[in-house]
Write a protein that binds this ligand. Structure first.
Ligand code: PLP
Length: 373
């Protein structure tokens, strides 16, 4: 049987009764849209983050779009971010009419090189948008300082970093707002699409609630545009409430798998060998993905397929190299670290219910390919 890079069925097997009870709870509640489950999830997700407001939305992309709009980012504005992210980060910036400005990343942990941000700021810069890639936080102290110095908004893309911490502080609690995705693969995943925006600012929260609801502040009364229909679905919200209670367990399970991989694969590291994930000082990683590097990446992926193990590349094409963003004018070679990493990275199977024997099979197969006896 194929070992997939991600699979929700083992989890569904364990949690089926609770998930179906969540569905039953909503269907029997008498309110199918923006009811008690969305409100409850919003309160509980905010409480998990130590307070503030949470607005549930329909997906992570629209969480970014609505957050950018609520922060006043629009036509002609520049948003500083990275190119080694899920394309939706950049699609969101572009769809509010703003221009993404890319800085390169750090070679060891793939995260935004915050030392490059000051030089990227122009009079048109409106916001900084760090991406907490693969499950660990970008260095937030220099970004918060730069945002305050230059009067910029700081928006965290937390789609891959639910429950991640930096010096004890949760991802999503340093920026003016933070966007989350609950796409099924994520560390906190729904059984369908979902998203949320976290903020401690009352005005931003009010704007977000209006933006997700056609621009209306009360029923049938639009107070201003833009407006969207971007509500979090009630069923997904109730499932997310149940799963939020288990979030710390999921994170612990992901860390246990990461430890097992690190131990099992240590012998394959070294000059020219496999490069394992590096955890930045002060970070608690949640391992949304377990991303390693090797110069023979594509051959390894092929060989592991013969072992019935599926690997993945997140992401093979940095956004600035895609034809859809050619108009931004980034020539090949303009983000050298980002581009070099994209040629070598790949992800090993990682999800909380990944059986131990499957973890071991991944380790053995990599030994077989990289250090055959
Ligand atoms: C998944 C993801 C998104 C988009 O979330 P959706 O719910 O799929 O719209 C945005 N940014 C990052 C970094 C992601 O990983």
């Amino acid at each position: 049987m194929t070992t997939r890079v991600w699979d929700y069925l083992p989890e569904y097997g364990k949690e089926r009764v609770d998930i179906l009870d969540a569905v039953e709870t909503v269907f029997g509640s008498g309110q199918l849209v923006l009811g008690a489950s969305v409100r409850g999830f919003e309160d509980e997700f905010a409480a998990y983050h130590g307070g503030g407001h949470c607005t549930g939305v329909d997906n992570g992309t629209n969480a970014l779009v609505l957050a950018l709009e609520a922060l006043g980012v629009g036509h002609g504005d520049e948003v500083i971010t990275v190119s080694n992210t899920a394309a939706p980060t950049i699609v969101a910036i572009a769809s509010v009419g703003a221009t993404p400005v890319f800085v390169d990343v750090c070679e060891d942990d793939y995260l935004m090189d915050t030392g490059l941000v000051a030089d990227a700021i122009t009079p048109r810069t409106k916001a900084l948008l760090p991406v907490h890639l693969y499950g660990q936080c970008v260095d937030m102290v220099p970004l918060r300082r730069l945002a305050d110095q230059h009067g910029l908004a700081l928006l965290e893309d937390c789609a891959q970093a639910h429950g991640a911490r930096q010096h004890g502080r949760l991802a999503g609690t340093t920026g003016n707002a933070a966007a989350f995705s609950f796409y099924p693969t994520k560390v906190l995943g729904a059984y369908g699409d979902g998203g949320a925006v976290l903020t401690r600012d009352d005005d931003i929260d009010r704007s977000l609630r209006r933006l997700r609801y056609y621009g209306m502040e009360k029923t049938y009364y639009v107070v201003g545009l833009p407006g969207h229909n971007s509500r979090l679905d009630e069923v997904q919200a109730e499932i997310l409430r149940r799963k939020l209670r288990r979030l710390d367990d999921y994170i612990a399970a992901r860390n246990a798998i990461a430890e097992r991989y690190a131990e099992g694969l240590a012998g394959l590291t070294g000059p020219g060998g496999l490069v394992l994930p590096a955890v930045r000082d002060g970070n608690d990683h949640v391992y949304y993905l377990y991303v390693v590097r090797h110069p023979r990446r594509d051959e390894i992926i092929e060989r592991l397929q013969e072992h019935d193990i599926e690997l993945n590349v997140s992401y093979r094409w940095p956004v600035h190299t895609m034809t859809g963003f050619a108009h931004l004018g980034y020539a090949p070679g303009s983000l050298p670290v980002t581009e070099r990493l994209a040629d070598e990275i790949f992800s090993l199977p990682m999800y909380p219910s990944l059986p131990r024997d499957r973890q071991d099979r991944v380790i053995e197969a990599l030994h077989d390919v990289l250090a055959p006896r």
